[in-house]
Write a protein that binds this ligand. Structure first.
Ligand SMILES: Cn1cc(-c2ccnc(-n3ncc4cc(C(C)(C)C)cc(F)c4c3=O)c2CO)cc(Nc2ccncn2)c1=O
Length: 265
């Protein structure tokens, strides 16, 4: 048996944490650790390719990535056993704490995500859907990146093609919208929007504008405005992430350096 295989007998399942993109996510216990267990629904995810991909994901390990502990693939529905992040997704966390987050905490959240993303960048692993909703918060404001690379297993093409309603246009780089050209530099664009979300306390980017209107304004060179709480130096980093040409954007390694130097001021 592969050592990433979790024995279902060792799993205790509890309350529902939410019905994720692929199916049910339950709280649970595994080897005295609190875990989040994702039961994959057959019709939402292609099984086979997912198995070896899940094994790739078990090899990605970093303190700022939500850790996959193991998989149960010997029966259906397959389940993925993750480290448990008790404060749920970052977007809900920001909205619930409007007006209560200090400058240090907001900067620390951006730094946490940039560190996790710099690790994925160094592993040549593209997230494809980086946003505050796909980051999770553990105890005391620690933020980790979640569900990296999982978009490739979504069978719902409403989600995967940029012309459709569920595609995350507001977080997508121009080359992704136009040509589905994903790269770590398109993840950097999304990271710029995530920084905007953090300093906007979880507000929706381009609030009441449609995806089509957002595409038009981006093509006209318009960008999200500086959130009231964002220092100029952080807004400059956001705008750097939103350069039209991918090669003009910073790497995550450089963003970590810039954000770390801001947090030491
Ligand atoms: C690990 N983990 C996962 C979740 C959790 C629960 C429900 N749906 C999800 N989500 N959320 C988003 C999501 C997104 C995708 C894309 C392919 C990128 C679109 C693919 C997914 F598979 C998920 C998923 O499963 C998660 C995120 O994977 C919640 C936790 N914790 C808490 C704690 C308190 N309240 C709520 N959740 C937790 O610790």
């Amino acid at each position: 048996k592969d050592h990433w295989e979790v024995d279902p007998q060792e799993l205790t399942l509890g309350e529902e944490l939410g019905s994720g993109q692929f199916g049910l996510v339950l709280e649970g216990m595994w080897r005295e650790k609190k875990v989040a267990v994702k039961m994959t629904r057959e019709e939402c995810m292609s099984d086979d390719e997912f198995k070896e991909e899940a094994l790739v994901m078990t090899k990605l390990s970093h303190s700022k990535l939500v850790q996959l502990y193991g998989v149960c693939t010997q029966h259906s529905p397959m389940c993925l056993v993750f480290e448990f992040m008790e404060n749920g997704c970052l977007s809900d966390y920001l909205r619930a704490r409007k007006g209560q987050l200090s400058q240090d905490v907001m900067l620390g959240m951006c730094l946490d995500v940039s560190e996790g993303m710099a690790y994925l960048e160094s592993s040549n692993f593209i997230h494809r859907d980086l946003a505050a909703r796909n980051c999770l918060v553990s105890h005391d404001h620690e933020v980790k990146v979640s569900d990296f690379g999982m978009t490739r297993f979504v069978l719902d093409d409403q989600y995967t093609s940029s012309q459709c309603s569920k595609f995350p246009v507001k977080w997508s780089a121009p080359e992704v919208i136009r040509y589905s050209k994903f790269s770590s530099k398109s993840d950097v664009w999304s990271f710029g929007v995530l920084m905007w979300e953090v300093y906007s306390e979880g507000r929706l980017p381009y609030e009441n504008r449609s995806n089509a209107e957002v595409v038009e304004s981006l093509n006209a060179g318009l960008r999200l405005l500086k959130p009231r709480l964002a220092p100029d130096a952080v807004h400059l980093l956001m705008e750097w992430c939103w350069k039209e040409k991918p090669e003009d954007r910073p790497s995550f390694a450089l963003l970590v350096h810039e954000l770390a130097s801001l947090s030491n001021i």
